[in-house]
Design a protein around this ligand. Sequence first.
Ligand SMILES: C[S@@+](CC[C@H](N)C(=O)[O-])C[C@H]1O[C@@H](n2cnc3c(N)ncnc32)[C@H](O)[C@@H]1O
Length: 323
Amino acid sequence: MAFSFNFDIPLQTEEETNDKEKKDDNSKDVHLKCSESSETVPTKMKNAIEHEPLLDPLSHIENWVPETITIGALPPLLFLNESVFEKTAPEREDSEEILAKTLTQNSDLITGVYEGGLKIWECTYDLLEYIDDEGETFAGKRVLDLGCGAGLLGILALKRGASKVDFQDYNSTVIEQLTVPNVFLNCEEDDETEEKNGSPPSKRKALNSSQKLLERCGFFSGDWNSFLTLMQNKTSLPKYDIIFTSETIYNTDYYSSLHSVFCGLLAEDGFVYLATKSHYFGVGGGLHLFEKFVEQNNVFLIKYLKDVEQGLKRHVVSLTFKK
Ligand SMILES: C[S@@+](CC[C@H](N)C(=O)[O-])C[C@H]1O[C@@H](n2cnc3c(N)ncnc32)[C@H](O)[C@@H]1O
């Protein structure tokens, strides 16, 4: 059974969308200051935790066949397809029960329960294409993949020399069963390249390289408010040179917590790269409302970097601190 992309289906024309956005605009008070936290989060959200992955997280996924994404000159990126989760759902340990719930409700999104991380959303590809066009290297940068799902943006940064990449998703199941395995799948690829250039890696060597990889990565689940608190309680507050976030502004109730994470964790000269659809049908969020929210808070400057006109309009924008 295929997942249904509930709010992806373009049921309205672009003109109707603009009318609807204007209406939503009038009906929402999206005013909130940088340091304040969300007051309108709809349900009880999951508390943030840091995950400590096993050194061999791929051992339980032996029979899965990874897929590969190749975009322009970017290194090929491997990932586990969401259909694997559907097929193996009954046998998998899933304390959040998101696999069962998405299947029974036939939905990609259950607010406060499952926020869509098991599949790769199309704006991730837009952002990867933008990075390919710009030739960004990430050498020595600290990167956060916020709302990472499969984690392809963070994985690319890791492969391209980022000094540290933290991956955050709402669901612990996504982090443990998709993001972490994907990071290791791509790292194994790097080991194989090394192998071709020298002797095959011994078990000890492989474990060492896993250890080194894990030192460059952090994995977090839970909602953005408590994620920010968790980071702020660390002995040294991490500040990121780059925050990637793709398809995360569909729900206006989350705007204040998302904005607070940007405020609290972006380095002074850092960039947020945000990829999004113009409008999320059936959920109500979109770039117009988010832009308005950001403007009202008067902390960040938004710049349009890439527009995709085919089908439902999509965009890549950057946010930087106003000087
Ligand atoms: C639609 S998915 C997009 C996944 C991925 N970035 C992509 O483009 O394929 C939205 C992601 O944002 C995260 N997310 C949404 N709302 C959140 C919230 N309130 N707190 C924490 N994470 C949230 C979820 O974990 C989810 O993975």
